[in-house]
Design a protein around this ligand. Structure first.
Ligand code: 3HC
Ligand code: NAI
Length: 696
């Protein structure tokens, strides 16, 4: 028998214990072992019931995702589950940890389900671009009804044992050891003479308006198709006999398996886990971090302090004056109240944090015992240099000095201290207590132990941390500057900001670039443009309409007007009528005759700029691997997860075609559209970006 399943017996009960660490994924060997275990139990004299239970952290985390995209291996999971359900023996699942996807589907194929209170169940296949493909769409609605079942599978969320019990997914909740609980429960069922209870034999639930549900879920998915297809599979569970419904589910599952969206989402799943895994940090021990200092309590400083406080760290925040300190405290208070509303902390913890864990000061000497300090003052090199000189003076030896700068040179900041090896960038995204991305910017002199500590802090704060090298804007903002320039150039040539936003929102971005600019504040881009002009780095055709908006006091959402007018509320944006005339004035000044752009052309140019700059960022070693860029754009810039990231998208559409596009655009502006050498090399060698990820 497969060594992934241990067979044992207690009285009339055969026990199949799954041993496939870390999370009992249902690999071929596990499926084989379960099938053999059922055969053995059925042939074993005196056995009347079978208990399936997982060892270690979980019942089952689902199908083995590493097998996807390869030829399927027997026994297939749906067949195995049918086989378990059809057994003449009474089959019980005892669940702990997670039972996800195929894992929950195995449990639904059992006749009875018991779980510990901390167990979680879910059908997260949509997060992989799939739907439950081993009977989940057919069995679950028979237990929960259509609406609740669809909710579980279209959101992919994890559900606690209590809720799952209320929905009819779990029969009994009992604290204790899952194996012992399962044995006792199976024995009770035998003693009571309980009958086998195959879910497939239960009557199908009542129908709903399938077309309306399909359309509503499709619209919500911003282009992602898998959740909507759950509706069609569940429809089959209601309208067809069980075996036919199962076939319909399988058909859709295999269709989804062939899609680019499945490729993109599985790339995201593994990259999200690989991103913090850097060979250079293997075996390097991070420094201990308990107490952090934050300099500046504006938008970012308050958000960073909130994130740290929510993670249980002590925070000392320094502001310029008592008034500014109070304003910072008020911001943090608002953030923490939000966390109470979302049940992340209790009202008691909220009060405790504000009275004990957070200290707001105006004097640097109060930072003498912090383990890490994160500077988030104005984006001005002279101001930052002064702050770091002070930190160098007061912080204890071994304290890590970090800057949250968006663009400035970490090496120059480090050079103002006597301890450049302790300096790095920790670049958060706004709002810092919500956004998942953290860029860890490693300077020339940053010690590996300090980088490792950056990653450890990211983990404590629940962030996806990406290593970045030093350059103007690091990974994310540097790439953003490039695709924003492409967008600005399209505007000069005739597109409107509203066409561009619409095209990119149709592509799957949560918001188009101009709506994002309004959200972030137009003053940020204004300051960058002014700096670049002063440094002689202005684009050849320099648009000024965005400056004019700022000169008129319109900074986006925070002033009620930017590219859009928010007079009707932040959610009801309408184009600001002043913007198009400002753009027309720019075109007239530059002698440009506008032309029209299709949405497809907008997306191609925008994405070409994004991919070309991304390839430069990887080629120069600013990002270690293509997947680091992909995760930066996914977690910090609203790139649609189902497309995997810009470089995964590039691999899927084909690098050769993209390079052709870039070369054709280069005829208009050879400097901006100079092809990335890495992209040219990959095309010449017939390789993909993903090939570079595999090298590690
Ligand atoms: N298959 C293969 N490997 C898996 C896996 C799976 N289903 N689930 C997790 N792993 C791997 C991870 O890649 C990771 O590997 P690494 O250590 O080499 O990086 C390791 O197991 C541990 O995972 P995490 O680091 O994510 O551990 P956590 O404790 O943070 O989370 C988890 C555990 C909640 C189970 C999380 O891993 C998860 O959500 N896994 C995916 C669950 C899922 O999507 N299941 C559905 C699969 S599709 C399916 O079942 C199709 C069916 O309907 C036919
Ligand atoms: P902000 O203007 O909201 O806050 C800056 C705060 O720093 C103010 O409260 C100010 O009183 C304080 N401050 C200024 N000089 C100080 C000094 N010498 N000592 C102590 N406090 C001082 O600015 P914001 O947006 O929070 O940005 C801060 C930093 O974070 C900048 O470097 C910015 O580039 C970076 N950043 C900003 C993001 C954003 O979306 N706003 C995103 C990521 C990084």
């Amino acid at each position: 028998m497969s060594d992934k399943i241990a067979y044992s017996r207690q009285g009339d009960i055969a026990i199949l214990t799954v041993q496939n660490p870390p999370v009992n994924a249902l690999s071929q060997a596990v499926r084989q072992g379960l099938s053999e275990g059922m055969d053995r139990a059925e042939a074993d004299d005196g056995v009347r019931a079978v208990l399936i239970v997982g060892e270690g952290r979980a019942f089952f985390a689902g199908a083995d995702i590493t097998e996807f995209g390869k030829p399927p291996l027997e026994p297939h999971l749906p067949d195995l589950i049918n086989r378990i359900e059809a057994s003449p023996l009474l089959v019980v699942a005892s669940m702990h940890g997670v039972s996800l996807g195929g894992g929950l589907e195995v449990a639904l194929g059992c006749h009875y389900r018991i779980a510990v209170p901390s167990a979680k169940v879910g059908l997260p296949e949509v997060h992989l671009g799939l739907l439950p493909g081993a009977g989940g769409t057919q069995r679950l609605p028979r237990l929960t009804g259509v609406e609740a079942g669809l909710n579980v599978m279209t959101t992919g969320r994890h559900i606690g044992a209590q809720k799952a019990h209320e929905l009819g997914i779990i029969d009994v909740i009992e604290d204790g050891d899952p194996k012992q609980n399962g044995i006792a429960y199976a024995q009770r069922l035998l003693d009571e003479g309980a009958a086998r209870r195959p879910v497939s034999e239960m009557p199908p639930p009542a129908p709903i308006d399938w077309d309306a549900a399909f359309e509503a879920i499709l619209a919500k998915g911003r282009g992602q198709i898998a959740p909507a297809w759950c509706v069609r599979a569940v429809q089959a569970s209601v309208e067809k006999p069980f075996a036919e419904g199962l076939k319909a589910e399988r058909h859709i599952f295999y269709d989804l398996m062939q899609t680019d969206q499945r490729q993109g989402m599985i790339h995201a799943f593994f990259s999200e886990r690989a991103v913090g895994n850097l060979p250079e940090l293997k075996g390097i021990k991070p420094r201990g971090i308990q107490h952090i200092g934050v300099i500046g309590g504006g938008t970012m400083g308050a958000g960073i302090a909130t994130a740290a406080l929510l993670a249980g760290l002590e925070v000392t925040l320094l502001e310029m004056s008592a008034e500014a300190g109070q304003a910072a405290r008020d911001r943090i208070e608002r953030n923490l109240s939000g966390a109470v509303k979302r049940s992340k902390i209790t009202p008691n913890q909220h009060d405790q944090i504000l009275t004990h864990t957070l200290v707001v000061v105006t004097n640097y000497d109060k930072l003498s015992d912090v383990d890490l300090v994160i500077e988030a003052v104005f984006e001005d090199m002279d101001v930052k240099k002064k702050v770091f000189a002070e930190l160098d003076r007061v912080c204890k030896p071994g304290a890590i000095l970090a800057s949250n700068t968006s663009y400035l040179d970490i090496d120059k900041i480090a050079a103002t201290t006597s301890r450049p090896s302790d300096v790095l960038g920790l670049h958060f995204f706004s709002p810092a207590h919500v956004m998942k991305l953290l860029e860890i910017v490693v300077g020339d002199k940053t010690a590996p132990e300090v980088t490792a500590t950056g990653f450890a802090v990211g983990k404590m704060l629940g962030k996806i941390s990406v290593r970045a090298g030093v350059c103007d804007g690091f990974i994310g903002n540097r790439i953003l500057a490039s695709y924003r320039t492409a967008a600005d150039q399209m505007i000069l040539d005739g597109a409107s900001p509203y066409d561009i936003d619409e095209a990119l929102e149709d592509f799957g971005f949560a918001m188009g670039p101009f709506a994002v600019a309004d959200l972030a504040g137009l003053d940020i881009g204004w300051a960058v443009r002014k700096r670049k002009r002063a440094e002689g780095h202005a684009p050849k055709r320099d648009a000024t309409y965005a400056d004019k908006l700022c000169e008129d006091g319109h900074f986006g959402q925070k002033t009620g007007k930017g590219y859009y007018d928010y007079a009707g509320g932040l959610k009801t944006r309408v184009p600001n009528p002043d913007v198009l005339p400002m753009i027309e004035a720019d075109r007239a000044r530059l002698g440009i005759t506008p032309r029209s752009f299709t949405h497809e052309e907008i997306v191609r140019r925008y994405m070409a700029a994004m991919v070309n700059e991304s390839a430069k960022v990887v080629g120069e070693g600013i990002a270690r691997r293509p997947l680091d860029v992909d995760m930066t754009l996914l977690f910090g810039y609203g790139f649609p997860r189902y497309r995997g990231g810009p470089l995964k998208w590039a691999d899927i559409v084909g690098l050769e075609d993209l390079l052709k596009d870039i070369k054709s655009y280069a005829a208009e502006d050879p400097d901006f559209w100079a092809p990335a050498p890495l992209l040219e090399r990959l095309v010449a060698d017939n390789k993909t970006f993903d090939d570079l990820n595999k090298k590690g």
